[in-house]
Design a protein around this ligand. Structure first.
Ligand code: SAM
Length: 270
């Protein structure tokens, strides 16, 4: 991508947080740093307290009706968004455990937006008029509660930015990633060919690109069947995929060394 094309593709992300320091490390390393340096994306992290008007820069208050914890006040959030908004092209995201589950598909759609404002909650979260009044997209990164929206905002930024054209050196790598086409990715190996008695599947050393591509597709199907049958049920499988799936089912369970590494005996139900 030429510099001119890159400039044209510039996307802007404004993050509103009470803890801007939490973004320093992650945004200044590796691919996210390079995406900013190359001019493909601009990320600005703002202290929400800059939009408070009292002497102590208070951004939270006690909840009406009583109860534990503090709630983020509407005024700083609305005023910050008013200042940062760039007309129709701006989309506002509120990070919330009550939001729509964030996914690869959502990351791909958001990566096409020109300007996003991400609001990170803290304490008991936002006054409910904030997401409603800002007509924000509320996003959850999973069914658990974190102390704040900073880590979720970084998750969303990272997943989106790597999908922006020009950010990854080889864009095919994101196309074969897990979830990109509805399946988990096939298993990957590197040197040495045998390590602690575990051998790399011989086909990967064969140099036969057609056979390797077939093996990879089949192993992606096997892995998805074993680990995420819910994904496989929804995946758009071609005729040849269905043949590979039939082969996998006929072969039965994968050999133990290819099975998922389960930590202790944790399962998804726990
Ligand atoms: N009281 C809130 C509730 O029960 O829904 C939880 C507030 S949480 C302690 C504080 C902030 O962390 C939230 O406002 C949100 O910005 C962020 N947060 C926590 N868990 C999250 C998740 N799973 N996804 C997205 N944001 C989350």
């Amino acid at each position: 991508m030429s510099l001119r094309e890159a400039k044209k593709a510039l996307k802007r992300f404004d993050v509103l947080t009470l803890f801007p320091g939490m973004f320093q490390g992650p945004l200044q390393e590796s691919i996210l740093r390079r995406a900013q340096e190359s001019g493909l994306v601009e990320i600005r992290v703002h202290d929400l307290r800059s939009w408070t008007s009292d002497r102590h820069h208070v951004a939270d208050d006690q909840p009406y009706g009583g109860g534990a914890g503090m709630v983020l006040k509407p005024e700083p959030a609305f005023e910050a968004v008013d200042d940062l908004r760039q007309g129709q092209s701006t989309k506002v995201i509120v990070l919330s455990p009550q939001g729509i589950p964030f996914s690869q598909g959502m990351a791909a759609r958001l990566a096409e937006e020109d300007h996003l404002i991400l609001l990170c909650g803290r304490y008991e979260g936002f006054d409910d008029r904030i997401p409603r009044g800002l007509q924000a997209l509320e996003l959850s990164i999973g069914d658990y509660v974190l102390t704040g929206g900073e880590v979720p905002a970084l998750v969303v930024l990272d997943a989106m930015i790597r999908l922006i054209p020009g950010v990854l050196g080889d864009s095919t790598s994101s196309q074969t990633d897990s979830f990109a086409a509805g399946l988990l990715e096939y298993p990957q190996y590197t040197r040495p060919p045998v390590y602690r008695g575990m051998a790399v599947p011989p086909i990967l050393l064969s140099g036969d690109h057609k056979a390797i591509a077939r093996w990879r597709r089949k192993e992606a199907i096997r892995r998805t069947l074993e680990r995420r049958p819910d994904l496989l049920a929804r995946a758009a499988l071609s005729g040849s995929d269905r043949e590979l799936l039939a082969e996998v089912e006929e072969e039965g369970a994968a050999p133990p060394e290819a099975g998922p590494a389960r930590d202790g005996k944790l399962t998804t139900e726990q």
